[in-house]
Design a binder for this molecule. Structure first.
Ligand SMILES: [Zn+2]
Length: 388
């Protein structure tokens, strides 16, 4: 196995508090690190750099752990820029456009879905993302959801069945019939192809009781639960996420003190998706309340064609810093280690010894440039252990 040393790293963020300045971000300056084809072998000052088979000169650039984008909807066809324009002109977002993407995705060929997903994964990768969660949810039939999961599996091991995204038009007058389908033949067909199950539990989507039924049955089939919650309104969805020990509850735009107390006493990560608030001109979630209460916070793109057609984690970091009062370091941590926690992964999101050798070299001396220079891609090069 080949060893490689990365030398002359101006600022190395490891997210390992036993390293460097012993902060949560475990930061070293004028650093070096050694990897092999799979994992990190050594981290330390450049002056103590050991020999390796190959050398990469970072030339006084910053290095960060590969970003973990823990919430995307990459398998879709079509686009909805007209809705975005209408929202910017004052129309309120209510999630109703999802049915349009369902229609265009159902009409797409397998190769069209694969090509579109590959393009979006490549955009994420160019921006430093090395682990990406991908949901189904735009077909809403047994065969279609299974097909979407198979496409997602070609690009990621973090695949989520989101058959409970919305009630499809053909079940508009028969919600119970759709929940029956979800929890019987669709789940039977989809569960071998997914690791996670998710439900859009919100106004206009699924109720708390419906979400509990779908996620409980999915758990019985071996899928681990996560939940879309409180994007559009207050509900009991946060309590449900904690009750079911969801790895993550996502959006969290509307939270009361009880929700925050529940999250802070749980292992459930609050995943914030500010690209959605940006793209729907909605109030941003209160990251400060969550962080100050000790809740684990992740940031993700929520890449989807309706409410957040975003493939740049740097843009998400910039939004979190500018609009949600997160510090640059909090935002960087939330989309690396926070994303890993939201996927219950210990091997990614950090660069401690033994971590997967996934990292991004920035064309900048400090990681703060991710937020400081919005709008351009300052990721010089992304390194990732093979991910299909
Ligand atoms: Zn989503």
């Amino acid at each position: 196995m080949t060893t490689r040393i990365v030398r002359h790293v101006s600022e190395l963020t490891t997210n390992d508090p036993s390293l460097g300045d012993f902060s949560a971000l475990g930061r070293l300056f004028d650093a070096a690190f050694v990897v092999d084809d799979e994992q990190v072998l050594w981290v330390g000052p450049d002056s103590e750099a050991p020999d390796a088979d190959e050398e990469i000169d970072a030339d006084n650039r910053a290095v960060v752990p590969g970003f973990v984008d823990s919430h995307t909807h990459l398998v879709f066809a079509g686009e909805r820029s007209d809705e975005f324009e209408a929202r910017m002109a004052g129309v309120h977002y209510d999630g109703g456009g999802i049915a349009r993407t369902v229609a265009s995705t159902r009409a797409a060929t397998l190769e069209e879905l694969r090509r579109g997903t590959r393009k979006r994964v490549a955009e994420l990768f160019a921006g430093g993302v090395t682990t990406v969660e991908i949901k189904s949810g735009y077909e809403l039939t047994t065969n279609g959801e299974t097909r979407a999961l198979e496409v997602a599996s070609e690009f990621s091991e973090e695949v989520t069945w989101l058959g409970a995204h919305v009630v499809p038009p053909e079940f508009a007058n028969n919600r119970d019939g759709y929940v029956d389908l979800l929890t019987s033949s669709m789940l039977d067909s989809c569960s071998p192809h997914a690791k996670w199950a998710d439900v859009f539990c919100d106004r206009g989507a699924f109720s708390v009781d419906e979400a509990r039924e779908v996620l409980s049955k999915a758990q019985a089939k071996g899928l681990a639960p996560r939940l879309h919650a409180n994007q559009l309104a207050h509900s009991g969805a946060i309590a449900l996420a904690v009750e079911l020990d969801c790895a993550s509850v996502d959006h969290c735009t509307y939270l009361d003190d009880h929700d925050i107390d529940l999250l802070s006493a749980s292992a459930t990560v609050a995943t914030l998706l500010p690209g959605a608030e940006f793209s729907t001109r909605s109030p941003y979630p209160s990251a400060r309340r969550l962080l100050d209460a000790g809740v684990s916070v992740a940031l993700a793109t929520d890449c989807n064609p309706g409410s957040s057609y975003v493939t740049s984690i740097a843009f998400v970091i910039a939004l979190a810093v500018r609009e949600m009062a997160m510090t640059v370091d909090e935002a960087l941590y939330a989309c690396t280690k926070g994303g890993a926690l939201a996927l219950r992964r210990g091997d990614v999101g950090h660069l401690g010894v033994g971590a997967r050798a996934d990292f991004a070299v920035l064309d900048a001396p400090r990681a703060a440039h991710l937020a400081y220079r919005p709008g351009g891609n300052i990721v010089e090069k992304t390194f990732r252990v093979s991910l299909a």
